[in-house]
Structure formats: C-alpha cells, structure tokens
Design a protein around this ligand. Structure first.
Ligand code: UDP
Ligand code: MN
Length: 277
C-alpha cells in the first residue's frame, strides 16, 4: 500500500475553532474579528455567547451559539461557556479543538501549520503556560498541582485527548469540575489534562495573550505568530507593527488587527480599512 502523505495531512477543515464571547462584547470585539481572521475560517469557527444576536447570526451564517450561560465574568459562567465549547466540539468529530478568546487575532494559516506538527490520534494539549511553576490547589480534599495554558492565548487539544477528557468535561462536566476545583475555566482544563490524565502541556511560543507585553514582540515576526491579543483598558497593551503603508492610524484600528491582517493579505485591505472598528 502506498501511503499518500497529503491525504493524511491536517487541513483547516480538520479543526473546530471556538471563540468565547459575551453580549457586551458583540459590538466592541467581534466586528474586528469578523472583518479579519474569521473570513479565513468562517466554516470552522463558532462564537459562544450568552445572548441572541440576529445581526451577528446573519453576518456569521449562523455561527453564533447562545450557550444560555449567564453573562458575567465569574468563574461559574466562564466555565459554563467553555463546557459548551467542548460539548459542541465533541459533536463535530474533528481532529482538533482550538479555543480562543474574543480579543485574539488568529493567524489561521499558521494555526494549520502548527497543528500539522502533531498527531491528533495522540494526546496533545498545546498552549502557552500560564505560570512558570505548577498551580496548586485542592480537588475534593486532595492536594493537586498541575500546569495549565492561558485561555486568552489560545489552546488546542487533539481529538484523542478530548475523548479521554469526557469523564470530567462532557455534558456540562467542565462546569462541575471547575466548581470542585474552585478555579477558572482554563485552569480547569489544565487540571483535567495534566493532572487527571497526566498529559504534559506542549508549550508553544507562537501563542500570545495580553498578559504579555505585546509591544515587545519583534515586529518582523508578527505575521508568523499563531495568536495575538490586545489590552486596551488601562495601559495600551498592543502589538507594535512595522512601519507600513498598510497601517491604519491607532484611532481607526486600536487593536492593530486590521492593519496586521491587511499586511498579511493585501487583497483584503480595502474591506478591512473601510469598516469602522
Ligand atoms: N467573557 C465572558 N463573560 C464576561 C467577561 C468575559 O464570556 O462577563 C469572555 C470574554 O469574551 C473573553 C474572555 O471571557 O473571551 C476573557 O475576558 P476578558 O478578555 O474581558 O478578560 P481577561 O480575563 O482576559 O482579563
Ligand atoms: Mn482578555
């Protein structure tokens, strides 16, 4: 039997992409995503939110999922949403589940390239370690320590691993596990994977949350990163782009995602530039 290497290669359609969001961010955060990287994976990407939004439903061709979770930033509601993402992924039967926050820019081409390096039939938990030491807490009275990946930098889990996570995650299980652990959703994912299942976190330095100082990333490498983010609340934590005619002024592109996307894909510039943030 001659094996066809390419037939077996992971492609975009082998990935289920879930983005966690909330009604309060539909206007402020989702438009820039929909105008930029969502277009590169509009069949594969779903937004998990807490309210109905007919306008966005139409814009995304029905890719808005109302999780019916409450719309707060407390642990319980965020875990409810991540649990809904997991349950939805399991039904998709795809090779990979990748979770992102709604303040992430995803370089879809680079994401596919990253996942091609790993076998979805083996256990893989790929992310950016949240701490540089294991997180410790108690789970049902037992002392536990484990590594976990920052949800806000993006996390990918192989199908083989996702299947093994079912006892702690399926049918709302992720929510219950996070209640027992008394820890956030991304931390709970790490607990299930690296503590219960003893699968090591595969660290990627191509994933970036706004916990990092994003302006310190080498501008020349920005188009190679798999994820980027921004923090606009207090300190302006944004990527520093190379000088380019593709760049919009900060006032028109506070996240810098439009300018970056236009640089990566010049044929999208007119659209990306036209739309307001
Ligand atoms: N989020 C949510 N409900 C909330 C607040 C935040 O679902 O009440 C989501 C938000 O859309 C984002 C993630 O949780 O995908 C992280 O939220 P945010 O970036 O506001 O805070 P961070 O934890 O990164 O400081
Ligand atoms: Mn964030």
């Amino acid at each position: 039997v001659v094996e066809n290497k390419h037939e077996n290669q992971t492609n975009l359609d082998d990935i289920f992409i879930s983005v966690k969001t909330s009604g309060k961010f539909h206007k402020t955060r989702l438009n820039v995503i929909i105008d930029t990287w969502f277009r590169d994976a509009n069949q594969q990407t779903y937004f998990f939110t807490d309210t109905d939004d007919d306008g966005l439903s139409k814009k995304t061709d029905g890719h808005m999922v109302n999780t019916m979770c409450n719309s707060s930033h407390i642990r319980r509601d965020l875990s409810c949403k991540l649990g809904a993402e997991y349950d939805f992924y399991i039904k998709s039967n795809k090779r990979w589940w990748c979770h992102f926050d709604d303040d992430n820019y995803v370089n879809v081409d680079q994401l596919v390239m990253l996942l091609r390096d790993y076998d979805h039939n083996m256990d893989f938990y790929i992310g950016k370690p949240s701490l540089n030491y294991p997180f410790t807490t108690t789970f049902k009275g037992e002392k536990v320590g484990f590594w976990f990946a920052t949800g806000g930098a993006g996390v990918c889990i192989s199908k083989a691993l996702a299947q093994r996570m079912k006892p702690w995650c399926s049918n709302g299980g992720l929510y219950r596990t996070s209640e027992h652990l008394n820890a956030p959703d991304d931390c709970t994912l790490g607990f299930v994977v690296s503590n219960r299942l003893a699968v090591e976190l595969t660290s990627s330095n191509l994933l970036h949350s706004h916990l990092e100082t994003l302006g310190q990333l080498n501008p020349a490498t920005l188009t190679e990163q798999v994820t980027l983010s921004y923090g606009l609340d207090n300190r302006n934590n944004i990527i520093q782009l190379q000088e380019s005619s593709h760049n919009l002024p900060i006032s028109k592109d506070p996240t810098r995602f439009r300018s970056l996307h236009c640089k990566r894909k010049p044929d999208t510039c007119s659209r990306v530039h036209r739309t307001k943030s």
